[in-house]
Design a protein around this ligand. Sequence first.
Ligand SMILES: Cc1cc2nc3c(=O)[nH]c(=O)nc-3n(C[C@H](O)[C@H](O)[C@H](O)COP(=O)(O)OP(=O)(O)OC[C@H]3O[C@@H](n4cnc5c(N)ncnc54)[C@H](O)[C@@H]3O)c2cc1C
Length: 385
Amino acid sequence: MFGLPRMMFTEEHELFRQSVRDFIAKEITPFNDEWEKNKMVSRESWLKLGENGFLGIQAPEDLGGMNIQDFRYNAILIEELGLSGCSGPAIGYPLHSDIVMPYILHYATDEAKKKYIPKMITGEYIGAVAMTEPGAGSDLQGMRTSAEDKGDHYLINGSKTFITNGYLSDVVVVAVKTDPSKGAKGISLMLIDRDMAGFSKGKPFEKVGLHAQDTCELFFEEVKVPKENLLGKEGDGFKYLMTELAQERLVVALAAVALGEYMLEETVNYVKERKAFNKSLSEFQNTRFKLAEMTAALEQGRIYCDQLVMLHNEKKLDPAMASAAKYNMTELQCKVADECVQLHGGYGYMWEYGVARAYADARVQRIYAGTNEIMKELIARKILK
Ligand SMILES: Cc1cc2nc3c(=O)[nH]c(=O)nc-3n(C[C@H](O)[C@H](O)[C@H](O)COP(=O)(O)OP(=O)(O)OC[C@H]3O[C@@H](n4cnc5c(N)ncnc54)[C@H](O)[C@@H]3O)c2cc1C
C-alpha cells in the first residue's frame, strides 16, 4: 500500500524486521485479547522477548546486551509492534528498553548497572519510569515525593500515578525532591526496587484504552533507598529528564505512525468487503478520498520519522524536534483513528474490531510523554529564543 521506499534500511535491518514480525505473530497477537482482559501482558511474554534478544539491544555486551548503537533496530521493533495493532505491548515493551534502560545505562553506578541491566535484558526485571504525581503532571517541578538524606541512604515518601508498566514493575526510575527549596535543581532520580520495604503498588487502572497496559499508582512509605541507587548527581534529575525525554517522544511518534498505518490497513480491507447501495464502500468517492488523504499523510509522516531516526543516530535530535514529532504524529494518529472508525460505520464502535480499540488507544498518545500543549511550548521556546 505504501509506495515510497524506506531508504534508511539495509538488508540486515529487513532480516531483523522479519524476525520481529514472526515473533509478534506467534507470541503477541494471539494473546492480546487475554492480556486486555487481565489489564496486563504476561510476565512470560517479557521472558520470551528477552530470550529472543528483543530487550535492551543497545546495552553493552558485558551487561548481556548486543551493543547495537543503531536506533533503526529499536525503530523496527516499535514499528512492528504498532503495525500489529496491539497497542498495550506496543507502548510497554519499548518503554522498558528505550525509555527506562537509557536512564540506568547513562547515569547509574556500575554496581546498579550490573544489578539491573542483565535482568532487564532477559525480561526477568520489568522497568518503569515514575515522574507524574496526583498534583504534578505537566508541571513536574510541583512534585512532592521527597527524598531525605540519611547518610548512607535516602528516605523516600510520596506517591506517583499513571505509571506505565507500573503493576508489573521490578525496577522504577523515580523522580524525587532531594531539596524542595531549589525548584528544578532540587529534583533527583533514583532507582527503586520491587523488594524495598515500604514500596507498594495500586491495582491497574480502568482506562479508556490501552487495556493490556498495567498503568497504576506507586506508593512510597519510608522507603530506604541506598545511595548507590541515585542516578547521576543529586539535583541533576530534571536535566536528565529533559535530555532523555527526546528519545521518549521519538518513540511515541514512531508508534503513532505505525498504529495509524495499522488502522488504515484494517479500513482498506473493510471497505473492500462491506457493501451499501449495491456497491462496495470502496467505490464511494468519499471513501476513496479519505483513504487517499490518510495514505498521503501517513506516508509523509513515515518518511519524516525516518529522517528523525537518522538524526537521532547522529545524536542531533534536539528536544524541540522530538516534541514536534510527538505532536505531529499523535495528532495524525488521532485524526486517522477518527476517520477509520467513521468508515467502519457502527462496526467501528464495536470492541471486537481492531479500529475501535485503536481509536480508544490512540487518545492518550496526545496526553502522556508530555501533553501536546507542552510540546507546542517546547517548540515555541526554541523558535522564539
Ligand atoms: C495511560 C497513561 C500512561 C502514563 N504513563 C506515565 C508514566 O509511565 N510515567 C509518568 O511519569 N507519567 C505517565 N503518565 C502521566 C502523563 O505523562 C501525564 O498525565 C501528563 O504529563 C499530563 O499531566 P496531568 O495528567 O497532570 O495533566 P495536567 O498537567 O493537569 O494538564 C491538564 C491540561 O492542562 C494543560 N496544561 C498544563 N500546563 C499547561 C501549560 N503550561 N500550557 C498550556 N496548557 C497546559 C495540559 O496540556 C492538559 O491539556 C501517563 C498517563 C496516562 C494517562
